[in-house]
Design a protein around this ligand. Structure first.
Ligand code: DC
Length: 214
């Protein structure tokens, strides 16, 4: 069975998808981490992000693996390195590239083949797994998403004003909603879940309940 969880940045998809996967005993796939790996590889190669051909060549050379709760790029542990602001800033060149999206979509289908999996991203229910049995579109208000991000950053010692985080989230949402391929939008058959005022446990329980119904 495939459970897809899509939604905007800061909606808590990773925490929720991991929680649902643990509860159901399914594998878990963080597709945003794959876009981050390609971006990191391009930064490390000193790539010209405007050069679509070399960006594509870098992407298809990336060997991305998930094991022991870590993300591996060409046998290197990049779990932390893919989360830097520099990677986040450059990611749109990779996410907007149709050739790289097609290639990553193939990798995602290969990882999910013949297993029960919870997969999260922007286009999992729409483009990558249109046949998935259980699809969820997870969202929350822009203020709530920015507040969650602010709390997360504070835990690692970084204080950022809420207004700045709201502006950054709006910018990312716009980019994610406007891209030609794999744009952020709910699949027609997705269940919408607006999580303001819900605890992570309540969200996990709701999704597990929907998955059990299928
Ligand atoms: O979920 P995240 O913030 O780690 O994702 C990083 C970026 O990758 C995000 O800006 C959008 C892009 N992305 C995408 O285009 N398609 C996906 N399936 C997952 C992520």
């Amino acid at each position: 069975m495939i459970v897809t969880i899509d939604g905007p940045a800061g909606a808590g998809k990773s925490t929720i998808a991991k929680g649902v996967a643990n509860r159901l005993g399914f594998a878990f796939l963080d597709t945003g981490a794959m876009y981050r790996c390609v971006t990191l590889a391009a930064l490390e190669a000193g790539a010209d992000f405007q050069d679509a051909t070399s960006l594509h060549a870098i992407a298809t050379d990336c060997q991305i693996e998930f094991s022991f709760d870590k993300v591996w790029l060409n046998q290197q542990d990049v779990t932390q390195a893919i989360r830097t602001p520099q990677v986040t800033k450059h990611i749109r060149f990779v996410a907007d590239h149709p050739g790289i999206r097609s290639w990553l979509n193939q990798q995602q289908r290969r990882i999910a083949a013949d297993r029960d999996i919870v997969t999260e991203g922007r286009d999992q229910g729409t483009e990558v797994f249109p046949e998935a049995e259980c699809k969820v579109f997870l969202t929350a208000s822009i203020e709530e998403r920015a507040r969650r991000r602010q709390r997360q950053l504070a835990q690692s010692g970084t204080e950022i004003p809420l207004q700045q985080l709201i502006a950054e989230q709006n910018e990312r949402d716009r980019g994610d909603q406007q891209r030609q391929m794999g744009r952020l939008q709910p699949a027609p058959d997705a269940q919408l879940l607006f999580t303001d005022g819900m605890t992570p446990e309540q969200v996990i329980q709701q999704i597990c309940h929907w998955a059990a119904d299928r």
